[in-house]
Design a protein around this ligand. Structure first.
Ligand SMILES: Cc1cc2nc3c(=O)[nH]c(=O)nc-3n(C[C@H](O)[C@H](O)[C@H](O)COP(=O)(O)O)c2cc1C
Length: 342
């Protein structure tokens, strides 16, 4: 039986526990996607939090795929050095560093035209996107691959592909946003085609020792979206293409919220994907309750626990969790006098 403070390995990366800092957009980058002191201090402090792995926020693979003009980018070699500094600091603290790669598709908020699988906007507050040509699709696949190469150059230990929250890959998966009648729309296999091309293109350019995660929105919260059975099929496809863990979130492709949110509200689909797609999963959603997180790992529902807002409120949540569970803690060396009993 695994526990929250047990190690786990994905390919060549060993995590010292199951606690992950979930990706969180900061909207603090310079207008051209370059990181700032904010990112160094923010991610640096999270690397001292007791989490084994810290994810850097959704980072744009194409300028026109930015959620906002303050997004981090990895669409130019100029983006690498700032991220490398953040990763080096994380490593100096014994923490693994990951990056989430994203294309916002129809949810991009940038000047100029935006693209999506079909010319269907997210809501009236968003621009009407242009339907992607096959050339656009190929360019986007290559943009993900180039950003993945730069992630390796920046020293990241793991990449997470963002296929959740209504961004481009999610838009292709869902019949609500993908109305195409070519090889990229219609059947499960066709809707999965572009996301799988992204997975394969990234796998082809990163070391075989480097793990690849992928975040999905397992549930759409409306009746005419994809079903859970389809989601399981998508995840089997991701697994076979070289994804090592599916990070299971929900919603975001249509402006409909879940009727209730509570600690663990996204765990049922995560556990189902783990069982039925036979792949490791991460759980997320109000999991900054130590006992709940310990239980979710021990009961085999999830392999990793991601915490987002809990880490913004408490930058030592990982150490606090270890103390609560009577496990050894490893605070940053200069802070050890704060923990005399350990
Ligand atoms: C400020 C903020 C920014 C976020 N940005 C991202 C992001 O870049 N990528 C992503 O997949 N999820 C993002 N999320 C969602 C979180 O990763 C997480 O899934 C969600 O907040 C639920 O976890 P929590 O209850 O621990 O906060 C963001 C959440 C917050 C609060």
């Amino acid at each position: 039986m695994a526990a929250l403070f047990d190690e786990i390995s994905f390919r060549g990366m060993t995590l010292k526990n199951r606690i992950v800092v979930s990706p969180m957009c900061q909207y603090q980058a310079l207008e051209d996607g370059v990181s700032t002191d904010w990112h160094l201090v923010h991610y640096g402090s999270l690397a001292m939090s007791g989490a084994s792995l810290v994810f850097v926020e959704a980072t744009a693979v194409e300028a026109r795929g930015r959620i906002s003009t303050k997004d981090l980018g990895l669409y130019s070699d100029d983006h690498v050095s700032g991220l490398l500094r953040i990763v080096d600091f994380g490593h100096s603290q014994g923490t693994m560093m990951g990056i989430q790669l994203n294309h916002a598709g129809r949810k991009a908020d940038v000047d100029g035209p935006i693209v999506a699988p079909s010319s269907v906007r997210f809501s009236e507050k968003y621009a009407i996107p242009e339907a992607m040509t096959e050339e656009d699709i190929e360019e986007a696949v290559q943009a993900f691959a180039s950003a993945a190469k730069r992630s390796v150059a920046a020293g990241f230990d793991v990449i997470e592909i963002h296929a959740a929250h209504g961004y481009l890959l999610n838009q292709f998966l869902s019949p609500l946003s993908n109305r195409r009648s070519d090889a990229y729309g219609g059947s499960v296999e066709n809707r999965l085609r572009f996301p799988l091309q992204v997975v394969s293109a990234i796998r082809a350019v990163i070391p075989s020792t480097m793990p690849l995660f992928l975040r999905v929105s397992a549930v759409e919260y409306v009746d005419n979206g994809y079903s859970m059975a389809e989601m399981v099929q998508f995840c089997r496809g991701f697994r076979d293409a070289g994804v090592d863990l599916v990070d299971v979130s929900t919603g975001g492709n249509v402006p409909v919220m879940p009727s209730a949110v509570y600690p663990g509200y996204q765990i049922a689909p995560a556990a189902q994907i783990r069982r039925e797609a036979d792949i490791c999963v991460g759980g997320v959603g109000m999991l900054d309750n130590v006992e709940l997180s310990e239980y979710l790992v021990q009961s085999g529902q999830v392999d990793l626990v991601s915490v987002a807002r809990g880490f913004l409120r408490n930058k030592t949540w990982g150490h606090d969790a270890a103390i609560a569970l009577h496990r050894p803690i490893h605070p940053p060396k200069p802070y050890t006098r704060a923990y005399p009993q350990h």
